[in-house]
Design a protein around this ligand. Structure first.
Ligand SMILES: *Cc1c(COP(=O)(O)O)cnc(C)c1O
Length: 395
């Protein structure tokens, strides 16, 4: 007996707790394990599979591009690279794009760009970065320093210096901490890992004003909440406050790895060849795929669908009768159901019922279904949640 879970345990570094089944293939909203069991996917590989699994247009583009040209590195021009950069700029506040391979890498790039911008334009010493309680910006050394969670940071100290934290959504505290020493403020317009908390418009407005006052850069992390997830292409569109830089990843890749740091010309002006780089980033295959995803999730019909499904799902969730639900919140198809019990047993029960669910911290059930979800899937999800919650009603 040498099962895949056993093999994983023997040979793969144990930095993840995995579900006990083995996924084999997927189609649209569903994943199938090696035993043929079907699961309704409400995780999307953590906000990645916006178009669902095995989308035919993505499959076709990958096949076509990989046969034509798969990798050249960033010493050469390719059309997919330039085309994706143009599409990202046209769809957002940005004038320029830097390509990376993941969310954390897009954040690392933004950290370097912010530090260089402050040094070149305002001199040395303006190096402090502000991040917020509940934030998640990634696991690499710089991104980890902006992710104030004791469990993530403690084993790896000392962290990148000159980072300070303020409470999320607290205007007064943010105004107090942002000052002449600040080079950048990093914030998620909707916190994901931190429990699905949208930033208030007043909070984002106060950050924008404080950054302008002290010539610091406002950096939005839309790695999880961007790409149509909240019902607008970018989450910042909900209140019209624009950043100086923005990190994008997850759904942009349609299932393949990518990250992108979007920036204004003002910031881009300080960066030169050699300041940053990546062997793989911005390759022709991923750029072709990302251009497809960006076009499809920018489509107003898709965004209208996200908003309609969001209203329906929110309404159905509010009808669930469980004594343990304490709050239901979110934006678009980024929804958190806060409970007064540990949600991990509910996620495990979901495996039995054939529904994949995610948590955000110990007590928030996080729903991030593919954006192609329909009313039928919402019925299946909420009926299953009803059954699961009734199992836990008395506990
Ligand atoms: C997932 C995530 C990251 C890190 O992205 P990776 O691709 O896992 O490195 C950073 N910020 C936010 C908001 C995320 O959700």
């Amino acid at each position: 007996m040498n099962s895949i879970p056993q093999k994983t345990e023997q040979y793969v570094l144990g930095t993840y707790a995995r579900a006990p089944f083995v996924l084999d293939h997927g189609q649209d909203m569903y994943l199938y394990d090696t035993g043929g069991k079907r699961y309704l996917d409400c995780v999307s590989g953590i906000s990645v599979m916006a178009l669902g699994h095995a989308d035919p247009e993505i499959t076709a583009v990958v096949n076509e591009q990989i046969a034509q040209l798969s990798h050249v590195c960033n010493l050469y021009h390719t059309a997919p690279h330039a085309n994706l950069a143009e599409a990202l700029c046209r769809s957002s506040f940005a004038d320029k794009v830097y390509f990376a391979n993941s969310g954390a890498e897009a954040i690392e790039a933004a950290i370097k760009f912010a530090r260089k911008y402050a040094r070149v334009t305002l001199g040395p010493g303006k190096t402090q970065i502000v991040a917020f309680s509940g934030a998640f910006h990634g696991r690499t050394a710089g991104a980890l320093a902006l992710t104030p969670r004791e469990k993530y940071q403690a084993p790896f100290r000392p962290l990148m210096p000159d980072v300070v934290y303020a409470p999320f959504n607290d205007v007064g505290a943010a105004q107090k901490v942002i000052g002449p020493q600040t080079c950048a403020v990093f914030v998620e317009p909707v916190q994901g890992e931190g429990g699905i908390h949208p930033a208030t418009p007043e909070f984002l407005q106060a950050l924008r004003e404080a950054c302008d006052r002290y010539r610091a850069l406002l950096v939005f992390d839309e790695i999880q909440c961007g790409m149509g997830r909240t019902g607008t292409l970018w989450a910042y569109e909900h209140n019209g406050i624009t950043p100086d830089m923005m990190a994008v990843a997850k759904a942009l890749g349609g299932g393949l790895p990518i990250g992108a740091t979007l920036l204004t010309d003002r910031v881009a002006a300080v960066l030169q060849p050699g300041d940053h780089g990546s062997t793989f980033a911005g390759g022709p295959v991923i750029c072709r795929v990302a251009e497809v995803v960006l076009r499809r999730v920018s489509d107003q019909t898709m965004l209208d669908h996200v908003n309609a499904m969001s209203s329906l799902l929110m309404a159905r969730l509010k009808q669930l009768s469980s004594p343990h639900i304490t709050d239901i919140r979110g934006l678009g198809l980024m929804i958190g159901v806060e409970m007064d019990i540990d949600v991990l047993p509910l996620i495990t029960a979901g495996h039995r019922y054939g529904v994949l669910l995610l948590n955000a911290g110990p007590r928030v059930l996080r729903l991030l279904p593919p954006l192609i979800i329909t009313e039928e899937h919402i019925n299946e999800l909420t009926e299953t949640l009803d059954s699961i919650l009734s199992e836990f009603a008395a506990s």
